[in-house]
Design a binder for this molecule. Structure first.
Ligand code: UD2
Ligand code: MN
Length: 749
């Protein structure tokens, strides 16, 4: 105590004062600093809220102005927040994905980054990737054109995979891809995960945990904007850094077979009806070009999208294509959305699809294999897959596909926004010849022609203009191709799933499409979701029964349940024989008809008028008065007998229809030949009776104005007898005016 007092004397007192004063000063300083920090934070918070509000307002405005039916929010003209700009193209994989569309500025960025050995590529601030014009001449402008399907041309059943016939534009030349991949390699800071690969067989390529880790990491690391419950579509792609960039077919390039191996190609062709030899040499996890419209990578989707079960059905699928299909899903789907992959083996006969497949897939905990005990066909196989699926959404895929970057979220987004929306990816083409991955034309939708033949048709420019459509907008699709789509699981069952009476292959795409549209749902093709598919010239597997009969029977079931009075058009376009019960047994339809009634589905006419109005579908071929050239009088039906009268448009007994079933008909009475074909009778129409069918105005007939009895050993025609003014059957004479007839109105040839 004494010592302490000594210090407070003289100069010590001054020192103590200075010390106490500085402590007080320090404390005051800290307090002021704290205050200004919290004010600063508050300010920051305020700014963020304002900016978010602004952004939301802008998005709402765009959505309103353009009346987007597309639920995916767009940011094209909205302000991209500063911190998000880099994310537009932060992944270097975008370089090769741009195809020939790289921007000069991007190029210079690339070089800079290359020299600095950094991975990220910063896109130009305002116009990130829209640079087609600059590099367009670099693109080899090849248009691969097979037998093009135009809206006006009728496609045959065998071209059900009509996409084979669509115009296909390759993304870029093989050289481009190579160069770009080289740049990619050089600039990548970390080398791609090393993996070994022996084509074809046992090689365990890499573990799913690794995938999931990689994908999740890039998900977390990505500069995804997480605002108001939405984020930018995730461009996750493990193959962004392919483990073997020089591999054959890498980056979706065309692969060339040396001429001395052509025999081998031929030998193995029938295993899948595509170039199996080549496929087996291409990595099962190859990279492919991003074929989405540029804007897609900037679309926003919801954070809480539903999870999906991906279902692949297969029968005797080629090993390498099956694996490539599965890997493409594992590699390019956000793990949190991929509940599982279900492989349904529809009683395959190939050995490699048994233990070897089990073993291979056992590395991937998400993959489950279901084996059917007998051949069920793809329709019932899909039902078996759906029955065990746990995901909220079912995503069906063929077993020879490659899902592209960002394929899944836009499909799920549709279902998220409305569970009655069924979404299909754009089906890109994997060439059956050289296995190259090709982008298809924009604005294509699935349609049908009579007799229920699927085909592709490009939207007219008028339609595109009228609806103010961009190439990324979902496209209303009257009929889906069948193989690739996402549907809410519960909704699938509410719709009665597929008609389980459909066998093996074919027609189920018509059934589900009509059902969806007519019972309150909708089908959209989503241009921002791309999946490549190998379209094959033939089915590589056997049909348990005759192929044609199987497909015809399936279609007849669909027609009977869904087409109402329009089923006459189906039968009338070459399927008359299906009306004969002894030719085909369509099976029991009671349940399907009850389902349609229970769901209170709309009529087929409603579907045509509202979903596919471009389809011209007159219910009759011709109608009105039936005028005979020789007599110059009209046919009349009174008290079940036919006669001639002066033509009178107002006279109901002179009104007849000429139908798709080739009936000359009034109400439900039809003109028919009397036994032995000499005279005529009026009898109840019977659609299965070939004797009531008359050829008239057939395009390839030499007797277009005649009524030629279709089923008679010789050409027999309907003739007016000059004197008695009666009707009879007579051998056809091309020039006879008494055998020439004309209806008032014709609707179709
Ligand atoms: C198209 C569809 C296909 C299906 C079919 C009509 C696309 C891309 N493809 O024909 O999904 O809708 O039209 O029915 O839209 N499969 C079996 N069991 C069988 C037969 C086939 O599991 O008995 C599998 C087959 O291995 C394949 C899938 O079903 O994975 C579709 O068969 P496809 O590829 O022969 O049909 P595709 O593409 O010619
Ligand atoms: Mn297929």
């Amino acid at each position: 105590m004494m010592t302490f007092r000594r210090y407070l004397r003289g100069s010590g007192r001054v020192l103590a004062f200075v010390f106490v004063a500085s402590v007080i000063w320090l404390l005051l300083d800290i307090a002021v600093l704290r205050l200004s920090f919290s004010e600063f934070n508050l300010q920051l918070l305020k700014e963020r809220v304002i900016r978010e509000k602004e952004l939301l307002k802008q998005q709402a405005k765009i959505t309103q102005n353009r009346d987007f039916r597309s639920p995916v929010l767009r940011m094209d003209s909205a302000v991209i927040p500063e911190e998000d700009k880099g994310a537009v193209s932060s992944d270097i994989t975008r370089i090769y994905r741009q195809g020939g569309r790289r921007h000069k500025e991007q190029n210079s960025n690339l070089q800079e980054n290359h020299s600095n050995k950094t991975v990220s590529l910063v896109a130009p601030a305002k116009k990130p990737v829209d640079l087609l014009e600059n590099d367009a001449p670099l693109l080899e402008n090849i248009t691969v054109k097979n037998n093009s399907i135009a809206e006006s041309s009728i496609v045959t059943q065998d071209t059900v995979d009509g996409r084979k016939d669509a115009e296909i534009k390759p993304m870029k030349t093989a050289q481009h891809v190579k160069d770009e991949s080289k740049q990619h390699q050089d600039t990548k800071e970390e080398p791609p995960v090393k993996r070994t690969h022996t084509p074809g067989t046992k090689t365990l390529v890499f573990k799913e945990e690794n995938h999931t880790k990689m994908l999740s990491q890039s998900y977390q690391n990505s500069t995804v904007s997480r605002k108001a419950g939405v984020h930018k579509v995730l461009s996750l792609d493990v193959t962004g850094a392919p483990r073997d960039p020089t591999a054959i077919g890498q980056f979706g390039q065309a692969a060339v077979v040396p001429s001395d191996n052509e025999a081998e190609v031929k030998k193995r062709w029938d295993e899948g009806y595509f170039n199996v030899y080549l496929s087996d040499q291409i990595p099962v996890d190859r990279a492919i070009p991003d074929t989405r419209p540029d804007i897609c990578a900037r679309h926003l989707v919801h954070d809480d999208l539903p999870s999906t079960s991906v279902i692949f059905c297969f029968v005797d699928e080629v090993w390498s294509t099956l694996l490539r299909s599965v890997h493409s899903v594992l590699n390019r789907s956000p793990p949190h959305l991929l509940k599982e992959i279900i492989l349904v083996d529809d009683f395959s006969t190939k050995d490699y699809l048994k233990d070897q497949l089990d073993k291979y897939m056992s590395q991937f905990p998400k993959v489950r294999i279901i084996r059917l005990k007998e051949r069920q066909g793809l329709i019932r196989a899909r039902l078996a897959g759906a029955a065990v699926a746990k995901g909220e959404v079912l995503t069906f895929l063929d077993s020879h596909v490659e899902c592209n970057v960002g394929w899944l979220e836009p499909l799920l987004e549709q279902v998220y926004l409305d569970r009655r929306k069924v979404s299909c990816p754009v089906i890109d083409v994997i060439s059956d010849q050289d296995m190259s991955y090709k982008m298809v034309d924009n604005f294509q939708r699935g349609i049908f022609k009579w007799p229920l033949v699927f085909g592709w048709s490009t939207l007219s420019s008028k339609y595109i203009k009228k609806n103010n459509m961009t190439e990324a907008d979902p496209i209303r699709c009257p009929v889906m191709a069948g193989g690739l789509f996402s549907i809410d699981r519960q909704y699938f069952y509410e719709l009665g799933a597929y008609d389980p009476g459909l066998d093996v292959w074919g027609g189920e795409n018509m059934e589900i499409s009509f059902k969806i549209w007519m019972c309150g749902g909708e089908i959209k093709i989503i241009p921002c979701s791309r999946v490549g598919h190998i379209f094959r010239g033939q089915n590589p597997y056997k049909f348990p029964k005759d192929r044609q009969k199987t497909v015809e029977r399936n279609l007849a079931r669909v027609a009977e349940v869904w087409l109402d009075e329009y089923k006459e058009l189906f039968y009338g376009h070459g399927y008359h024989h299906l009306l004969d019960k002894s030719v085909i047994d369509v099976g029991n339809l009671t349940e399907q008809i009850e389902l349609r009634n229970r769901l209170k589905c709309k009529s087929f006419k409603w579907y045509l008028d509202n979903v596919y109005p471009e389809m011209v579908t007159p219910l009759l071929k011709a109608k009105g008065l039936v005028y005979n050239r020789g007599l110059r009088k009209c046919l009349s039906l009174k008290k079940d007998s036919l006669s001639f009268e002066m033509c009178d448009l107002l006279n109901q007994s002179q009104q007849f229809n000429y139908t798709w079933l080739k009936h000359i008909r009034q109400q439900d009475l039809c003109v028919a030949p009397q036994v032995k074909y000499h005279s005529l009778v009026i009898e109840s129409c019977d659609r299965a009776n070939p004797g009531q069918r008359w050829l008239h105005k057939s395009s390839n007939s030499e007797l277009p104005d005649h009524f030629v009895l279709e089923f008679s050993p010789n050409h027999v025609c309907l003739e007016a007898v000059h004197r008695s003014e009666k009707l009879r059957l007579a051998p056809c004479v091309a020039k006879s005016a008494y055998q020439k007839w004309k209806f008032t109105d014709y609707f179709s040839q």
